[in-house]
Design a protein around this ligand. Structure first.
Ligand code: ADP
Ligand code: ZN
Ligand code: ZN
Length: 730
């Protein structure tokens, strides 16, 4: 080990490479050199001085600078300083494994961010705040907790006598899939209809691994844990009886720093056998990781939208390959990238596609899709008469209805018919949304909020009207339409709205969802929050009020997103075959649209994701779009649009000679579609290449150019720039 060899030469101290949290644009992205009395192995957590502070660092693999220490150096700014010490006594806290360090290294390189930034962001924030003594207390508390929890038996004898902890008898499809997963190396794309029992497959795949190896750990990733508390419960109920209360930990941004540290330590020390987490969990330190599951792998929330803009799904595939373990990506509507990767091997596919087309349960079927041509409905109808009638029938039978709309608030715009005034945000190039509940005009981008004006601010017209509709308005409208409606027991109906506004208070979402599960609610109105993953047993009809805006979006991924969302929303209907049979009811997905014959809706009607995907992929191939090309986006923010654009264009021109440049097409800078947010002007430049490695080489070389271009006097008003590799929204 280099540090030890160095130590032989320098009797007083040896040199260590240490990663610390360096500001993103300091230009210091690699490890710093520190001195240490003892040679600490890579992956050791240490406390080090940095400037005037003391901070957390990770001993890294790269050999420290080989220059011998010279006395004159001590005065210099870059003289190596002495580490304060390791965060814990040797042996108390395991080092971060080589595999973990490789994951961090790959993420930093691929997503073009500083190694120190990525490494430290991958650790729980509270770790940074602890000194050695505090850490020791934390670890002591942990080992007491663990020895207590092992008193509740978790050894082999219990495994045998345990009443299989609720594992269901698998359907033939599920069994086939599970067997393939066990016998083949993967990566796997589990393409299974909503309600086909994918989650049960994950549960049993996990269970087998935990049973086979007393140390094995698994990582299960889900898009948004707090949206689906039910799923977390399902995992806990399945595993905790056998493997103990410590066996399942969660990792997500809704946890307090103390909770996160505790969960992280459990994973890092191997005490937790399963980590259930959101995208950040991809960086969990798990020394005995054997399996990664990425549920709803198509979900956009797997892409981090700030700092290092990593895709947790893509990193999961890298991590699994790097550690020689299996990874299962699951979805009813896979991302086109994953779909493409899972084409037959002889056509270049790298993933193994597994298919579960049927819903679980005898007679269970996917919902019938009904398109309502809004052009043929009474003018101005929000809920068309046939849809209203269908809703009324469901409620009368004691079934639940879900009404889905992709916009919260009451109305997206307030508007004066006299002078044309609209409720624009003064700080953003966007409209403020009218929220009737507190009569405010709120900007969803910068948060700027004002009471609704009594009259038009421009002409004084007292009659300002609302344009368009949000969830609040739909709720109000449905309340009025269903006012006289009664449940089977003669009671008036109950309606609940679930969106970002009604779920701000901690616990309110859980309470609202519980009401739905307990059948207290008849009509559920909400945004995509209600479309995701919930296993509602009594919902038999799902209605999408207006799906059209995404049909003609400038973002080439909009149709893919819309299709996934509609399939997912439809997937909430008729999940309980027995309930449907008892009711003599059919699951239905209603879509109101002005374009009922659009190919997207045709594919939706037959639940034909493969046909939709093939058509989309063909279009993408012809247009030279991902996954057939690779993209990166550079975004710049400045005081003026001119500076933001000129910075990008100048950096592009200055990069013409760099590695890979001739294979990377650089478009001209353009304003972002949301051009101004909170008085900051935003521009972007798209980079495209048919070669991923050329794009990577160029981006790596280009970093220095971006830094030097920024320093030019003409770019003084530039605030920041950032590279987004494999951007999800253009
Ligand atoms: P998905 O994740 O594909 O949407 P789930 O795993 O949530 O599907 O399964 C849908 C419903 O069917 C759940 O209520 C689940 O408990 C039930 N289920 C899954 N597999 C089986 C099975 N083999 N036998 C009986 N019920 C099952
Ligand atoms: Zn006016
Ligand atoms: Zn704003």
């Amino acid at each position: 080990m280099t540090a030890v060899e160095m130590g032989d030469n320098l009797p007083m101290s040896c040199r260590l490479s240490v990663l610390v949290q360096t500001p993103a644009h300091s230009g210091l992205s690699g490890p710093l050199t520190y001195l240490s009395d003892e040679a600490l192995p890579p992956g050791t957590l240490v406390r080090v001085p940095l400037g005037t502070r003391e901070t957390l660092g990770v001993v890294w693999d790269t050999p420290p600078s080989l220059e011998p220490e010279r006395p004159s150096d001590t005065a210099s700014l870059y003289a190596a300083r002495h580490i304060t010490g390791p965060l814990s006594e040797a042996g108390q806290l395991p080092v971060l494994s080589a595999a973990w360090r490789q994951l961090v290294g790959f993420a930093a390189r691929y997503y073009q961010r500083g190694l120190g930034e990525v490494a430290l962001a991958a650790l729980p924030p509270q770790l940074r705040a602890l000194d050695g003594a505090q850490m020791a207390r934390r670890l002591a508390k942990r080992s007491i907790a663990i020895s207590k929890s092992t008193e509740t038996p978790s050894d082999a004898s219990v495994l045998e006598s345990a009443p299989t902890s609720g594992a269901l008898l698998l359907s033939a499809e599920q069994q086939q899939v599970l067997q393939t997963i066990e016998e083949s190396p993967g990566p796997f794309l589990l393409f299974g209809a909503t309600g086909s029992g994918k989650t049960e497959v994950y549960l049993q795949a996990v269970q087998r691994i935990l049973e086979l190896d007393p140390l094995a750990q698994v990582l299960v990733m889900v898009p948004e844990i707090n949206l689906t508390p039910q799923l977390e419960q399902r995992f806990r109920q399945r595993f905790e009886p056998t493997w103990g209360e410590q066996s399942v930990v969660s990792l997500h941004s809704g946890m307090t720093p103390a909770q996160r540290l505790k969960a992280w330590l459990a994973a890092h020390t191997g005490a937790a056998r399963m980590v259930l987490g959101t995208r950040m969990a991809i960086f969990a330190s798990m020394p005995h990781l054997q399996l990664i599951v990425v549920d709803e792998e198509h979900d956009p929330s797997y892409k981090q939208q700030e700092g290092a803009r990593y895709s947790a799904r893509d990193l999961a595939v890298y991590r699994a390959q790097n550690e020689g373990i299996k990874v299962i990506l699951g979805s009813a509507t896979p991302s086109l990238e994953s779909w493409h990767h899972s084409r037959p091997a002889n056509e270049g596919g790298r993933y193994q596609r597994l298919h579960m087309p049927s819903r679980v349960g005898t007679g269970a079927q996917l919902p019938t899709v009904r398109r309502v041509d809004m052009g043929r409905q009474p003018k101005g109808a929000v809920i068309s008469p046939p849809l209203l009638q269908a809703i009324q029938e469901r409620i009368a039978r004691g079934e639940q209805v879900m009404v889905f709309l992709n916009r919260r608030g009451y109305a997206p715009v307030l508007f004066c018919a006299d002078c044309g005034w609209k409720s624009e945000c003064p700080h953003c190039s966007a409209f403020r949304v009218f929220h009737k509940i507190d009569r405010s005009l709120r900007c969803h981008h910068c948060g700027f909020s004002q009471p609704v004006p009594k009259a038009c601010p421009d002409c004084g017209n007292l009659d300002i009207a609302s344009l368009g509709r949000g969830t609040e308005k739909i709720e109000e409208h449905l309340q009025a339409l269903l006012q006289t409606q009664r449940k089977p027991n003669g009671q008036p109906i109950q309606m609940v709205r679930i969106d970002a506004d009604t779920t701000k208070i901690k616990g309110s979402l859980e309470a609202q969802l519980a009401q739905v599960h307990d059948a207290e609610v008849d009509v559920l109105v909400g945004t995509q929050m209600i479309a995701k993953g919930h296993d509602f047993r009594r919902v038999t009809l799902v209605a999408v009020v207006n799906a059209d805006s995404a049909l003609f979006s400038s973002d080439f991924r909009a149709p893919e997103r819309l299709f996934a969302l509609l399939m997912q929303a439809g997937g909430r209907a008729g999940r309980d075959a027995a309930f449907l049979a008892k009711q003599g009811s059919q699951a239905e997905l209603w879509v109101q649209t002005d374009h009922p014959t659009h190919p997207l809706f045709e594919a939706l009607k037959t639940h034909d994701y493969p046909a939709f995907a093939e058509a989309q992929l063909k279009e993408r191939q012809e247009a030279g779009m991902p996954p057939f090309t690779f993209q990166a986006l550079v975004r710049a923010e400045a005081r003026t649009q001119a500076v933001a654009q000129s910075f990008l264009n100048a950096a592009s021109a200055a990069g013409a000679e760099l590695a890979g440049a001739e294979q990377v097409f650089r478009f001209s800078a353009v304003p972002m579609s949301l051009q101004r947010v909170a008085n900051v002007e935003r521009a972007q430049m798209l980079l495209e290449s048919t070669s991923r490695s050329a794009l990577q080489a160029f981006l790596t070389a280009w970093q220095a150019t971006l830094h030097s271009t920024r320093a030019l006097p003409e770019h003084k008003g530039l605030i920041r720039w950032a590279v987004d590799v494999d951007p999800q929204a253009i």
